[in-house]
Write a protein that binds this ligand. Structure first.
Ligand code: TRP
Length: 335
């Protein structure tokens, strides 16, 4: 990535280090990111500060942060061509978040549906960080003069708020931030929950509803075998009436490259058991080399630490420039 003169559009993506990445994250996002490094300057950030908005066991958070960074690399994202780093290693994120907090209204933050959801689910800990979570996310994005942010439906509202904050700030202090746009990948195979295929596959739902990339092959197969389908027995692509079967077909198609029509023709007359075994085989085989690379990397802590330090330094060089400009514009006395 060329930090000096950035000609390519910038993409920023953040993932929380809470549990492992799911098959949905992989198929819907990470796998496609490997194709972006040629045309974009990409930053992949493990957003560990965001993770603190919910009570975490410190040792778990630490381990999952390193695991997520290793998993990004194991999935094929090259830390020389992209910037793969931890949010807390670049203090400018927290610094810009404070400034942006002073340009964000209580009313705006109160309207965020994720805040309302999480506040309802964690009533014992409705902390101010949970409330201002979106301004930290805006800081992540705006620090790097990001052009594009890959976001799922659940983060659209936060990105919209980031844009509003950027525009507001720019109208007061012109030329501060690039106003980011959502990045919608061309092929979006949306992976749904195995136990409730009307919902997105998510690691914040029950364990049997999602496949984590770090699940054992046995667990992967067991979860797919138990996936909810329907009571007739026809393997047909029908998102409306057969969401469970359609979800399995989508997963199989995404991992084998075979179109769903070809798969349906191939599986005609077979029972759901066969579809499930085929899907499990494809998932296990596809993830196996990623898992092997992850296992190798996670034992090489020296390499991981050096890589993260180098990448944080590259990120910081960019972040620092934006922050200095912002400090100057708002009137902070600089030495
Ligand atoms: N809020 C995002 C999520 O929960 C994670 C995130 C934090 C993020 N900062 C970001 C995503 C910046 C995109 C850009 O999924």
């Amino acid at each position: 990535m060329s930090e000096q003169t950035t000609a390519k559009p910038v993409i920023f993506s953040g993932i929380q280090p809470s549990g492992s990445i799911t098959l949905g994250n992989y198929i819907g996002a990470i796998r496609n990111f490997t194709l972006l490094e040629k045309d974009y300057d990409c930053l992949f950030c493990v957003v560990d500060l965001h993770a603190l908005t919910i009570r975490r066991v410190p040792a778990d958070l630490r381990r999952q942060t390193l695991e997520l960074a290793a998993l990004y690399i194991a999935c094929g994202l090259d830390p020389k061509k992209n910037i793969i780093f931890c949010q807390s290693h670049v203090p400018e994120h927290a610094e810009l978040a404070w400034i942006l907090n002073c340009f964000t209204y209580m009313g705006e933050l109160s309207r965020m549906t994720q805040f309302k959801d999480k506040a309802a689910r964690h009533q014992e800990n409705v902390n101010a960080g949970l409330f201002t979570y979106p301004t930290l996310m805006a800081a992540d994005i705006l620090l790097y003069q990001t052009d594009l942010v890959p976001v799922g439906a659940d983060q659209k509202q936060h990105l919209e708020l980031s844009r509003d904050i950027a525009e507001r700030f720019n109208s007061l202090y012109s030329g501060s931030f690039v106003v980011p746009e959502p990045y919608i990948p061309k092929t979006t195979a949306k992976v749904l929950s195995l136990s409730d295929p009307t919902r997105k596959m998510s690691k914040s739902e029950a364990e049997e509803s999602y496949i984590a990339l770090l699940d054992s092959p046995e667990d992967m197969r067991r979860k797919i075998r138990r996936a909810v389908t329907d009571s007739d027995a026809e393997i047909r692509y029908d998102p409306e009436n057969k969401p469970g079967v359609t979800n399995l077909l989508n997963i199989l198609s995404a991992l084998t490259g075979q179109g769903v029509d070809a798969l349906c023709a191939d599986l005609e007359g077979q029972g759901y058991g066969v579809l499930k075994e085929r899907t499990a085989d494809a998932v296990i085989e596809h993830i196996r080399p990623i898992r092997a690379e992850f296992d190798r990397l996670i034992q090489d802590k020296t390499y991981l630490n050096e890589t993260l330090a180098e990448n944080a330094a590259r990120a910081q060089a960019i972040a620092r420039r934006t922050l200095r400009k912002v400090y100057k514009k708002v009137g902070l006395y600089q030495l």
